[in-house]
Design a protein around this ligand. Structure first.
Ligand code: SF4
Length: 216
């Protein structure tokens, strides 16, 4: 006796196959655009790229690994792209509505600052670059916080209600921070540490100063 396929299941089966093919095509195109952007620092079809990075991150990373490429490129391009998209809005935000979050791991090991409800209270002792960076940014009108973790950031954002945020952190923190900004409708910019860790981390401070100067 021959089995008859239920038309509903046949339609579902065909739809699933088409959906998988479409997602695969989007992931492949997204991966090609990401690789191109990484090499040239030019972003073509940024919204499409952002879609592929946000929705299909794991698949896009798997494609990178499949061809022997570093899947960290996807994170690098994703952050650069989000920064580029937010930059104009960040620059157009009054500076007193912008906040900067620096991670406490950037401090010198013998930092004398004390923890307060607003983060570490830097006394600009000169042992690390934070003191100078904070002074420069505050002179421009930014509010600068040196924070021990993301829970501090969330609390300070709730309290001070900024419109735009510049956050410094490791790749994971920056990605999470930019996602938080997107959810809260804030204009987020992320700078990734050159060396992450619990202490003695490194930031390309030139990049930091260039950014706050360019953002006006
Ligand atoms: S400059 Fe500020 S953050 Fe850096 S070590 Fe001195 S007090 Fe700590």
């Amino acid at each position: 006796m021959a089995f008859e396929t239920d038309p509903i299941f046949a339609i579902i089966g065909v739809s699933v196959v088409y959906a998988v093919i479409i997602l695969l095509v989007i992931a492949v195109l997204g991966s090609l655009l990401i690789a191109y952007s990484f090499r040239t620092e030019r972003f073509i079809f940024p919204n499409f790229m952002l879609f592929s990075i946000t929705i299909l991150e794991n698949l896009v990373k798997a494609l990178f690994r499949l061809v022997g490429a570093d899947d960290g490129i996807v994170d690098d391009v994703g952050i650069a792209l989000r920064n580029k998209i937010s930059f104009k809005k960040f620059r157009n935000t009054p500076v007193d509505k912008r906040m900067i979050f620096l991670p406490q791991c950037l401090r010198a090991i013998d930092c004398p600052s004390k923890l307060s409800p607003e983060g570490m209270k830097c006394i600009n002792c000169g042992s690390c670059e934070i003191g100078n960076a904070r002074k420069c940014a505050e002179a421009l009108g930014y509010r600068v916080f040196i924070v021990p973790g993301s829970s501090f950031i969330k609390r300070l954002v709730r309290k001070h209600k900024p419109t735009a945020i510049l956050g410094v952190g490791c790749m994971t923190e920056v990605k999470a921070g930019l996602e938080m900004c997107q959810k809260l409708n804030l204009y987020g910019i992320g700078l990734v540490l050159d060396r992450a860790g619990c202490v003695s981390t490194l930031l390309n401070w030139d990049e930091f100063y260039e950014f706050i100067e360019a953002a006006g």
